[in-house]
Structures are given as C-alpha cells and as structure tokens.
Design a protein around this ligand. Structure first.
Ligand code: SAT
Ligand code: MN
Length: 595
C-alpha cells in the first residue's frame, strides 16, 4: 500500500484513508513511465475498453457510455461554508452535507478495481509557478490521459519531498465490481450519483461517478481553474480559461496573446493557426488554461499549466487546423470518435466521409445514417510537445509577457468581428458580459445564448462578483503595463445561416490589427461598444470577402445592443452588492454611448 518513493507522510496517510474508504482490490503508485502507460493500455485493449489504431502508432480509441460524454455543470459544486462565497453562478451544498453524501457513495466504491495514485505537476516540474496535485482514481483511462495532460511521476514526488504541499484530488468512476461480475467497457455511475465537488477553502477536490474529460482528469478544470482561481485571488495572480500564443511579425517583433473563449469555441484552432497573411508566424504555448502572474518588470506573464491538448475532434481537419492534425498522428487517445474500416479514427468535418465506420456507440454507420458518427464532444488527447508549432518557450518556467487579451464567444448575430476596449475597465466589462451559444462540451441544451463571463462561468471557484473585482485589482496593479483588451466574434452568420467570416487562418488578419493597435500603427473608429477597425484598417490581402459582408462584420447595430442591455442588467443584478461599482459605471457609460 505504501510507496517507497513517497517521503510525504501526509500523502501516505491520505492514500491509506482513501483505500480504507474505497476498498480497492489493489493500489498502484504511478511513476509516469512509458512502461506504465503501455501496460495499462494493453490491459484496457484486452478487456475491450480500448481499440488500438493501426493507422496511428501507439494510439487508441475509447467509447464512453452514452450517458457520460461531457462535463456535467449541473452536478458540479463549489462548496464553501457560506453560499455567498460560492456566489450566484455556482451550485452549492454546505461542505459537511456534501461530504456526507459523497462519503456514502465512496464507501467500497473501488471494490474489484485497482486504485491508482497519480502524483502530477501542473506547470513544469519544480517551476516556481507550478502546483502539485495527487489524483487517486480507479480508472486506468484517467491515468493514461493524465500521463499526457499533466507531468506525472516520481520526479513530482521528489519535488514534493517530506513536507511539501499538494492538492488532493479523489476520483472514482463509481462502479464497484462484485466478485464474478462482468465489467462494462465504460463503467460509470448514473447521472444522479455524479458529483464534481470542490472545497476551495481546503484546496480539496472530490469527483464521483464520471470518467469523462474535465469531470475525471482532475488536474484540468477542477485544479487548474476552479481551485487555482480561488488560490490565485488569495495570492494575487490569475487562473484563466485561456489559450496562449506567440505571434511574430515579419520584422521579428513578438507579441503574446491570451484568449478566453468558452469550451468548444475554437481555442485550440486559434492557438495553433497558420496565418494567411505573409510573413507572420504563430507559435502555440497553450490551448485551454493560462496561469498569469505579474513579473519583476511589472508585466503580466503567462504559463500553460498543462502538458497536452484535450481538443474537440469534430470539425478538426487539415483545412481547419492542420497543426492539430499533425499533433495527433501518434501517441494519442481518442474518445467517442468513429472507427474506420482500416483502423483509423474519423469524425464529422475531418474530410470526406468514409463509406462505412463504426460510430461512437459501436454501431455500423454509413453516410446515410441519420445520427452522427462521432459524438459532438468527441475528443483527442495529445502531447503538446507533438504540435509542430509548439513554441520553444512553452515550458519556460517564468512564462511569456502578455500584450493582448481577447474575449469572445459564438454569436450568430449582433456582435461584430472585433472591437478594442477603451481601457482596462472597459475590457473587464467586455469580459464580464461575454455571451456565447452553448456547445456540446457540457451535458445540456446546445445553441442557447448565455452569459459566460470571461469564459469562466463553469470554472470560477468562488463568487464571480469577487472575481470581477479581482480583475479590476490586477489592472490597477498592472497600470500602464496592462495588456490591451479586445473582443472578437468569428461566428457571425447571414440571415440565411452562412458564415460571414472565413475564420481559422484568416483570423490572423484580426490578430495583426490588434498588434498594430498595441503599437499605435493602425487606425480604428470609436463606436459605442469599443474601437473597431475602419474597413481599410484590416489587412485583407488575398481574401475574397464581399464588401457587403465586411460591412456587416464591422457594423455596430446600436439598436441590437440596446436590446441586450436589459439582459446585461439582469445578469449584473444577480451579484447584488458583490457587483463592483466600476462595472455598473461601465454599463451606464455604455447606455449613454448607445444614446
Ligand atoms: O471536458 S473538459 O472540461 O476538459 C473540456 C472542456 O469543456 O473544455
Ligand atoms: Mn476548456
């Protein structure tokens, strides 16, 4: 039960207690080695949980239970002693009560299974910005994904030492096996038994019942966003749902950009885009999470705490994101994609449909089938190091200095292609009122418009009113060093439902305008909602965009914005006296500008 490599008595004690509670058949301390990964994969192939892919070396396909295909926001809890600490946007149950419910579920929940202990680092091992977590799980699928998404292994235990701090993350799929009982290929608990719980006051994570993505890979949303955002507020830094990229101009000037977009709104595509404008280059640093701290020179520095990509598969192709396609050629895990007859994966939007596949539910599928072949939230898990344009500085312990912060979401109407905030306060207002059509990354309705402030609605580990205030305070500390803030919408459609903007590589044209704004080299016009490019300010060389579409993309429809004001007011009203006065002032200023 004990690990000879673990010198940390507290960790040994926690593992012992977890084993007494969950009653696994065996305990395995993960060392993060390739041999460990290979052994677990071989076991999962043997029992029919994983399918090896002939076309992609060392890559495997998994099919989840149809009930367990995405994050479960309704079953996600931020548990503080007082509900006000969790705020109006989080589900809350009082800690003792929630723990009581979950302890009952955890009792004997690992029967017949192995309990894996995964020591992992978010951020390069030993970096001053990194945080250590330890996930206990009964899912070998989770172990293999954590190998890719985080830094796992003995080196983490060494850094942890005898009395280092770690964030305990307890996970069970919630499917004990009775002696002789046959296992299913994706065991999990029914929805009403799923709990993704966070106790930020004690830096503790308890997850039960799901094996999928952010519900189960606890380093990601649970630790690096929900718990880290609460820690960051206490310690004066930021944990954000943001991609990080470096853009280099033809003159060799580097710009670092972070961008907050809700799940499944194109962060991965933006993070590794190939610019369509001459001489500009993008390097990827991260595609989902940024931890940002003010550096000794007063600027804001960002690191990517993750080590891999857990990207949305459908829609990813050599046209839309060739760098992602090259990242997943080998050593990758695929979940809920379709299986082709020549033992490869396929999904909608990859390229021409094969004449036959096995769909994500394991059924025969042809282009005539009425269902999709891959689930809309099918995912690939791939090492970040495999991205051909991963920045050589992506693991730099001190991070990269941020020049530009982007907010955005999916909006078929109203919101123009790009707008620059007048100043930091206006940028915080843009982030706090960000809205997007919901996606398949959460279990629930798709396509409904909702306010998703800073793309953190499902990920903020404390009262979001306090979170807004924290953004203002960071801006005050950054002063003249604060990054410039922009709001984008790649997803505008015509009344007939046609995309107005080509997106993907052509988004580099918008990024270029931002860089030139930072340097004061390009124009813009003041509008009620921010500074927009004049039609001649965007570099559209080589792009065949009808003039009418460009006009539509850069139009500010004051009446349409006015119609949104009541919704913004209701959104702000939820925060009561936690709403910073500076946000109310911004809303009043917007109303005035709209006339
Ligand atoms: O399943 S995850 O939460 O990791 C993916 C996402 O929603 O961004
Ligand atoms: Mn995400």
């Amino acid at each position: 039960m004990q690990s000879s490599k673990c010198q940390n008595a507290k960790l040994q004690q926690w593992v012992k207690e977890a084993a007494e509670l969950c009653r696994p058949e065996a305990i395995h301390w993960c060392d993060g080695s390739q041999a460990e990964y290979d052994t677990l994969m071989a076991q999962m192939v043997k029992v029919g949980m994983a399918t090896p892919l002939d076309k992609r070396p060392n890559s495997f396909l998994f099919r989840s239970d149809p009930s367990d295909v995405a994050r479960v926001e309704d079953r996600t809890y931020i548990s503080y002693p007082h509900q006000e600490q969790a705020g109006p946007t989080n589900n809350w149950i009082e800690p003792d009560k929630l723990k009581g419910i979950m302890l009952d579920l955890y009792k004997g929940c690992m029967a017949g299974r192995t309990m894996y202990v995964i020591p992992f680092s978010m951020g390069p091992v030993g970096s001053p910005l990194a945080k250590i977590g330890v996930e206990i799980t009964d899912s070998p699928y989770v172990v293999c994904n954590m190998h890719i998404m985080t830094r796992v292994g003995d080196r983490v235990l060494e850094v942890l030492g005898a009395d280092g701090e770690y964030i305990p993350c307890l996970h069970s799929i919630g499917a004990p096996l009775q002696p002789g009982q046959a296992d299913s290929s994706w065991p999990c608990a029914p929805i009403e038994q799923k709990y993704i719980s966070h106790f930020p006051a004690e830096n503790l994570i308890w997850s039960y019942g799901s094996g999928y993505g952010g519900n189960a890979l606890l380093g990601k949303k649970c630790l690096a966003l929900r718990i880290a955002s609460a820690v960051a507020r206490r310690e004066g830094w930021m944990a954000e749902h943001m991609l990080i990229l470096r853009l280099t101009s033809p003159e060799g000037r580097q710009y670092h950009v972070t961008g907050a977009f809700p799940s499944a709104c194109g962060k991965t595509n933006l993070a590794m885009l190939l610019p369509t404008i001459k001489g500009w280059k993008v390097e990827c640093i991260g595609d989902d999470i940024a931890w940002m701290k003010i550096g000794p020179d007063g600027r804001l520095y960002a690191i990517n705490p993750e080590a891999g990509f857990f990207g949305v598969a459908p829609g990813t192709s050599y046209d839309s994101n060739p760098m992602a396609m090259d990242s997943i050629k080998e050593n990758s895990i695929f979940t809920n994609c379709a299986l082709t007859d020549d033992s490869d994966v396929w999904w909608e939007g990859m390229n021409g449909a094969p004449s036959h596949t096995i769909d994500w539910k394991g059924r025969d599928w042809t282009p005539d089938s009425k269902d999709v072949a891959a689930h809309a939230n099918a995912r690939f898990t791939a090492p970040a190091s495999q991205c051909p344009i991963i920045s050589t500085d992506w693991e730099k312990p001190e991070g990269v200095p941020i020049d530009i912060i982007i907010f955005g979401g999916r909006r078929a109407s109203v919101v123009p292609l790009v707008a620059q905030a007048y100043d930091w306060d206006h940028g915080v207002f843009m982030g706090s009122t960000a809205a997007s059509e919901t996606t398949a990354a959460n279990i629930g309705a798709v396509g409904n418009l909702r306010r998703d402030p800073f793309a953190m609605l499902p990920f903020c580990g404390y009262n979001m009113g306090d979170y807004f205030q924290h953004w203002f305070e960071m801006g005050d500390r950054l002063g003249a060093h604060a990054p410039k803030v922009f709001y984008v919408n790649w997803f505008r459609k015509t009344a007939e439902g046609k995309w107005l903007w080509p997106g993907f590589g052509d988004n580099s044209r918008v990024l270029k305008w931002m860089c030139e704004r930072v340097d004061g080299k390009v124009g813009g016009r003041e509008t009620p909602i921010g500074i927009l490019p004049n039609e001649g300010d965007l570099d559209l060389t080589g792009l065949d965009l009808p003039a009418q579409d460009l006009q539509e993309l850069l139009k500010v429809d004051a009446a349409a914005y006015q119609a949104e004001v009541p919704d913004m007011e209701n959104h702000f009203a939820k925060f009561g006296d936690k709403l910073p006065g500076r946000l109310s002032a911004q809303l009043e200023a917007l109303k005035k500008r709209l006339g």
